[in-house]
Design a protein around this ligand. Structure first.
Ligand code: GRG
Length: 335
């Protein structure tokens, strides 16, 4: 299952167009798509702001919105964050809120103790994390929990705040025979979950416990003839896997296991050459989610020229943003 790239599809990355698209998306707040995505607004703001920062255009968004007020309005009494004012807290939006705070230099306005308390309260005895008080368990939430604590500057206190050992053990039990990882022990391997599991293990300093080559081989097999990557065998390629797969390979020190040039050609073909933005596949509707992950993948490949800042593969934030906040996670070389 694959697609063929249209002959007239764009062949170069169009960074300025994407900045215009992202800023335009935020300012047309009464369009159908914007209204219908309220339930994930905090993550939407992170995707948009992170993409604009990669492009060097975050100041334009800062001028147009009050991120501090939005964060304040989404904070919940339990210490977590909801996606929008009036919504319940969830680990997904709590991580996004911390990422937004770093991008907008608002970390001091967060109550790190309250957030850490919220995260801690969601860990289960087997080391896994549930996303919210309703109890769904997923390796995405293991990543969100650990990444949020690390980005709050609490990386050296993980052991005091949660059961870090059990958190890593649980993630390792979600590894499958094929080298991939799923949502829970025994669940099907999926690139998005692989990213979350490898990200969690990178924060915990436990990547060496993996069969790195087996996982990297499963990830490399995600590249199709079109150059695009899929999330699991027999599925269509999608630009967002340029991030989930590539960042995982980068964390494993195996970025060269796929063809960067062919992947970039696929990402470029999924751009809208007029209005800007990147879609899941050529010809589809563009959105901030695919725009961020297409640009972030291109940044990892260092093939976008000078138009893109360098990105950190664990946290999907520009390296200079992490540096500014004194957050350093040693990059594992995979040896
Ligand atoms: C800091 C970047 C960052 C993320 C936070 C929430 C999270 C951590 C990561 C999500 C990882 C994930 C599960 C991504 C996959 C998203 C996706 C497109 C799922 C689609 O699944 P299907 O079954 O699509 O609809 P396929 O491609 O398998 O057919």
């Amino acid at each position: 299952t694959d697609i063929s790239l249209p002959a007239d599809a764009p062949k170069q990355l169009l960074p300025e167009k994407h900045a215009d698209f992202l800023l335009q998306y935020c300012s047309s707040q009464d369009n159908y798509e914007y209204v219908m995505t309220e339930y994930l607004r905090m993550s939407g703001l992170y995707w948009t702001a992170s993409a604009l920062d990669l492009l060097g255009r975050l100041p334009d968004l800062r001028q147009r919105m009050d991120a501090a007020a939005f964060l304040r309005d989404c904070a919940r009494p339990d210490g977590g964050y909801g996606p929008a004012p009036g919504h319940d807290s969830h680990l997904l939006y709590t991580l996004s809120a911390v990422q937004v705070a770093l991008l907008f230099d608002l970390r001091d306005s967060l109550d790190a103790g309250a957030i850490a308390g919220f995260v801690r309260g969601l860990q289960r005895p087997d080391g896994s994390f549930q996303g919210d008080r309703w109890g769904e368990v997923d390796t995405r939430f293991s990543f969100c929990a650990l990444a949020a604590l690390f980005l709050l500057g609490l990386g050296d206190r993980l052991d005091d705040l949660v059961d870090a050992r059990a958190a890593g053990d649980f993630v390792l039990t979600c590894a499958n025979w094929d080298g991939g990882f799923g949502t829970r022990p025994g669940s099907e391997s999926h690139s998005g979950q692989v990213y979350c599991c490898i990200g969690a293990l990178s924060i915990l300093g436990r990547l060496h416990e993996l069969d790195v080559d087996r996982t990297a081989l499963w990830l490399a097999e995600r590249q199709l003839a079109s150059g695009g990557l899929n999330g699991r065998p027999e599925k269509l390629p999608d630009v967002c896997y340029s991030w989930w797969v590539l960042a995982s390979l980068a964390m494993l020190g195996r970025l060269s296991w796929i063809s960067g040039e062919r992947l970039l050609r696929f990402v470029c073909a999924a751009q809208d050459p007029e209005a800007g933005g990147i879609a899941d596949r050529p010809g589809d509707l563009c959105d901030p989610f695919h725009t961020l992950f297409g640009l972030a993948g291109a940044s990892l490949l260092r093939l976008g020229g000078d138009s893109l800042k360098a990105i950190n593969p664990t946290f999907c934030l520009p390296v200079d943003c992490l540096d500014r906040h004194g957050l350093r996670l040693p990059l594992w070389t995979g040896d």
